[in-house]
Design a protein around this ligand. Structure first.
Ligand code: ADP
Ligand code: MG
Length: 156
């Protein structure tokens, strides 16, 4: 397990942290964004989508009500928010299997509530609220199976 810790002091720094992670992501990757409301999950997702060249940060908005947003192509990026999903029955109605079978990169908020849905080889990003403007962001990535340099490029 490779762990990277960021302490950000603004929304912009959290967007930048997301852009860093984007450099390491390839097709079929699943990223769980884990933390309380307001911790910075959506803000970080803006950086990931922007870093992958799929949209400007301001065009990435919370999928809390729409549940799934799609950005870019080859690979597509799916930004999912399961906050409003109450149970396994509702979760299974979303067609997530199809997304997981695709080449797409999947970013999920509140996905840890349905852990059986996700592959074990996922990236987890844990967000902690430190103060009004500060967040601690821990990126936990599985050991790379291919190129050993691949996950070593998060430093500036
Ligand atoms: P979540 O998706 O986890 O509920 P959001 O990313 O939507 O959280 O919201 C984070 C809120 O916290 C935003 O209003 C943002 O402006 C504010 N904020 C303040 N400091 C930071 C920071 N360092 N990183 C991320 N967001 C921050
Ligand atoms: Mg959110």
């Amino acid at each position: 397990m490779n762990v990277q810790v960021f302490r950000t002091k603004s929304e912009e720094e959290t967007v930048e942290a997301g852009q860093r992670l984007a450099r390491l992501l390839g097709p079929r990757e699943v990223v769980l964004l884990i933390g309380d409301l307001g911790a910075g999950k959506t803000t970080f997702a803006k950086g990931v989508v922007h870093g992958l060249g799929a949209a400007a940060p301001e065009d990435v908005v919370s999928p809390t009500f729409t549940l799934i947003h799609e950005y870019g192509s080859e690979p597509k990026i799916y930004h999912i928010d399961l906050y409003r999903i109450q149970n396994e029955h509702e979760a299974s109605a979303l067609g997530l299997e199809e997304l997981l079978d695709s080449e797409g990169i999947i970013l999920v908020e509140w996905g840890e509530r349905f852990p059986y849905l996700w592959p074990p080889e996922r990236v987890e990003v844990h967000f902690q609220w430190l103060s009004e403007q500060e967040r601690e962001i821990r990126v936990l990535a599985p050991q790379p199976t291919g190129d050993p340099r691949r996950r070593d490029t998060m430093s500036p």
